[in-house]
Design a protein around this ligand. Structure first.
Ligand SMILES: Nc1ncnc2c1ncn2[C@@H]1O[C@H](COP(=O)(O)OP(=O)(O)O)[C@@H](O)[C@H]1O
Ligand SMILES: [Mg+2]
Length: 317
């Protein structure tokens, strides 16, 4: 476990058995560390395994192989019953804020229920809720409201606030902005950045939006078909996009007219079936630069300097 890291995953795999004896490799050998006070972005197209990785990191699902360390403790070997302190210290925020509140409870009741769950008295829970509302810029008027009366932006701000009730050290946010309007997204991005800075929160920020990730994250891991293709600091990654897949993801971002041209063609074709075995590089079938060698031997994730990891035969180290 490296010094100062809050989360470390090693050789993590999650295979889902399918009908006909086939195996879907949703997460296929992922390792990284998340530093204290750091936001690590996990990006990639839909279906590449981001949500599965997020759930594995919190042990909401069991890995097929590999280990997860949270604050130095291996949580993958803990008994389920011993996970309480981990559940409290590591929280998840999901994509759809409309589905994340019980429609039959007023907001105050939903939040108090969580406080009770963490053993707070009524008074302590109330104080905690009011303090967090002040921090996250929420109006206390919302407490008396029903979820159906609120907007997506308000509900997501509330979902983030609810995740903070237990004063967690780690937040796994799975596409928390994807269901919201762009202007609301910007406000929530600022909120997340403030939380990182002021509460020494570490975050895994799952997204398919390269622009958001570039803005918010300290480091970024680019995933394709259950594997990491490239991992570097956000600054380094967006300056030197070493992997052809990263270049096509960035090229796929719509640009404002008159802005500089894109450096690579947006991706064509479909992701291969994750249940079909692939002998070489998983990206070779869609890679504009693939050579024969790429289809035969899988590359490994190597450091190309400046702690910039890339999994590509074409990159000379
Ligand atoms: N519980 C499950 N059972 C079977 N297959 C699953 C399950 N969860 C996810 N998958 C499959 O694993 C792959 C990765 O899914 P997911 O992690 O949701 O990707 P992402 O979040 O990047 O869109 C997909 O092919 C998906 O269909
Ligand atoms: Mg997902």
């Amino acid at each position: 476990m490296s010094e100062g890291s809050i989360l470390e995953v090693r050789g993590l795999k999650k295979y889902f058995p399918q009908s006909g004896g086939r195996i879907l490799r949703a997460v296929n050998g992922i390792s990284f560390t998340l530093g204290q006070n750091e936001i690590l972005g996990i990006v990639g197209e839909s279906g590449c395994g981001k949500s599965t990785l997020g759930r594995l990191a919190l042990r909401l699902i069991e890995p097929t192989e590999g280990q997860v360390f949270f604050r130095g403790q291996e949580i993958t070997s803990l008994r389920r019953g011993a996970l309480g302190p981990v559940r409290r210290a590591a929280q998840m925020v999901f994509q759809n804020p409309f589905a994340s509140f019980n429609p039959k409870l007023r907001i105050a009741e939903s939040l108090m229920e969580v406080c009770r769950y963490y053993g707070m008295s009524r008074v302590a829970g109330r104080d905690r809720i009011f303090a967090l509302f002040a921090d996250t810029g929420l109006s206390e008027d919302l407490l008396a409201r029903w979820p159906r009366e609120l907007s997506g932006g308000q509900l997501q701000r509330l979902a983030i606030t609810r995740a903070l009730l237990s004063d967690p050290a780690l937040l796994v946010a799975d596409e928390p902005l994807s269901a919201l309007d762009v202007s609301i997204q910007a406000q929530l991005l600022n909120l997340l950045e403030d939380l990182r800075r002021n509460r020494s929160l570490s975050m895994l920020f799952i997204s398919h939006d390269m622009t958001v990730v570039e803005y918010l994250c300290s480091r970024v891991a680019v995933m394709y078909l259950g594997q990491i293709m490239e991992l570097a600091s956000a600054e380094e990654l967006f300056r030197r996009k070493l992997h052809p897949y990263t270049r096509s993801l960035v090229a796929a971002v719509p640009r404002i007219e008159g802005s500089p041209g894109t450096e690579a063609a947006a991706l064509k074709g479909e992701t291969p079936n994750p249940a079909a075995p692939i002998p070489g590089c998983v990206f070779a079938s869609r890679c504009p630069e693939a050579e024969e060698h790429c289809r035969i031997e899988a590359p490994s994730l190597r450091d190309a300097g400046s702690q910039h990891l890339v999994s590509c035969h074409r990159v000379t180290m």
